[in-house]
Design a binder for this molecule. Structure first.
Ligand SMILES: [Zn+2]
Ligand SMILES: [Zn+2]
Length: 135
């Protein structure tokens, strides 16, 4: 939590209780929740917080680099407090999204550069399959 406090201070942003609550919730889960899910989860503790506030808090957290926004091809975004580069895999049956930590983006980027003669700056990698529970 020191991380978020110093980053917000550095960027001269106000660390509101709502922003902190959204970040804490994301830190506590690896489910890659959508804004709606975060909103519902925080309702009991923050009954006055609107969905719009959750969206605004997420936008700020993404801008400062604490949270990453991912879109696995669904209608909405999911959010991840693990802001390090990592690939994701989604179950096509239950829609859950899991992290894939051990895929080297550096190696993939180099392969893409060799194939394309581009200078690769970033990538988004998603895999799809059936999770252990759904197989
Ligand atoms: Zn599944
Ligand atoms: Zn992730």
């Amino acid at each position: 939590m020191e991380n978020i406090t110093s980053i917000f201070r550095e960027k001269k942003l106000k660390l509101t209780p709502q922003r902190l609550a959204v970040y804490k919730y994301l830190m506590s889960t690896n489910e890659h929740p959508s804004a709606e899910i975060i909103y519902k989860a925080l309702q009991p503790e923050y009954p006055t917080m609107s969905l719009a506030t959750v969206y605004k808090a997420l936008k700020t957290l993404v801008e400062v680099g604490l949270v990453q926004e991912i879109n696995v091809g669904e209608g909405n975004f999911r959010y991840d407090a693990n802001s390090h580069e990592h690939a994701h895999i989604q179950c096509i049956n239950c829609s859950k999204v899991s992290d894939l930590q051990n895929i080297s983006f550096t190696t993939l980027n180099r392969t893409a550069e060799e194939c394309s003669e581009y200078k690769v700056l970033s990538n988004r990698i998603f895999f799809y399959g059936l999770c252990k529970d759904c197989q």
